[in-house]
Design a protein around this ligand. Structure first.
Ligand code: DGY
Length: 287
């Protein structure tokens, strides 16, 4: 067994070299598993991704080589929905700005028009992606008295346009695929209400960061909260971070003790099944 010992991910050539004799690979979403790596690892029998998303794995390349890919569904659904909800509340009620004001001594009195935000009760939540996490977010929204609208990948593209036009909060829960890369681009942001907020806990590249920066700076939308970014990690001097009304967290959707332990269990179950030549208990969709 070879365990990468560093806190930062291996560079592609380091991963290629270390995996060259491996029969099984338990990898993170920061590891790119592509045709070049697979060709350099001829003994590989299984890829066990320690994530439910698998856009880091070239599924066409693994399928062409009959290498099964496993993921970690279900066990991070509630944790990710909780974090989504924390971001929705924080962005709606402008918590980062409010806290900064307190720390900077700008809290002078109770102001009737100070730090006004969006009231979630009776507001409309637009959920992009009808999978497990989108569903768990919808359940939470019911408790807040929100109207829920959603679109899925099989919907007509005009459904997304309608959702963007109607929603007070747009939250993204679709996988990153060629079809969803930059799904939220300048024209999508333009369709949103000026009072609306955008939340992304799915994958950074679903949102065009340049377009989001422009939208935030021109007040085309009221705010955004991102747990995932493009690029990731987002460098501290990235221009997007200068945008007003933006909250960014470091991809912590599944970062609860419970979820991360259960993800490890599922990843190991996939790995052991693949090594034994058995069907994976949690295969990647379309793998
Ligand atoms: C996943 O599993 O895809 C998540 O993004 C990890 O938090």
């Amino acid at each position: 067994m070879d365990v990468w010992p560093e806190p930062l991910p291996p560079a592609p050539n380091q991963l290629k070299q270390r995996a060259s004799a491996a029969e099984g690979l338990l990898c993170l979403l920061t590891d790119r598993i592509d045709a070049e790596l697979l060709d350099a690892s001829p003994s590989l029998k299984v890829i066990a991704n320690y994530a439910v998303g698998c856009d880091n794995v070239d599924l066409a390349a693994t399928a062409a080589r009959n290498i099964p890919v496993g993921v970690t569904p279900d066990v991070l659904t509630e944790a990710t929905a909780d974090l989504t909800w924390a971001l929705i509340l924080a962005a709606a009620r402008r918590l980062p700005e409010a806290q900064q004001a307190v720390k900077q001594g700008a809290w002078r009195t109770w102001e009737p028009a100070g730090w006004l935000g969006l009231e979630l009760n009776n507001a409309t939540l637009g959920i992009v992606g009808r999978g497990r996490i989108g569903g768990a977010v919808a359940r939470r929204a019911q408790g807040f008295g929100m109207t829920i609208i959603s679109t899925g990948s099989r919907d007509d593209p005009t459904a997304l346009d309608q959702l963007l036009a109607q929603a007070d909060v747009v939250t993204l829960h679709c996988p990153l695929t060629p079809a969803t890369r930059y799904l939220i681009d300048a024209s999508a942001l333009d369709r949103m209400k000026r009072t609306a907020i955008l939340v992304n806990t799915a994958r950074g590249a679903i949102v065009d960061p340049g377009a989001l920066k422009t939208a935030l700076r021109s007040d085309a939308i009221a705010g955004a909260a991102l747990d995932v970014t493009e690029p990731e990690p987002l460098p501290a001097d990235h221009p997007l971070l200068q945008s007003p009304n933006l909250l960014v967290t470091p991809h912590i959707g599944s970062a609860t003790h419970t979820a991360r332990e259960r993800m490890a269990d599922l990843a190991v179950d996939n790995l052991l099944a693949g090594l034994a030549g058995e069907p994976l208990p949690h295969p990647a969709p379309d793998s």
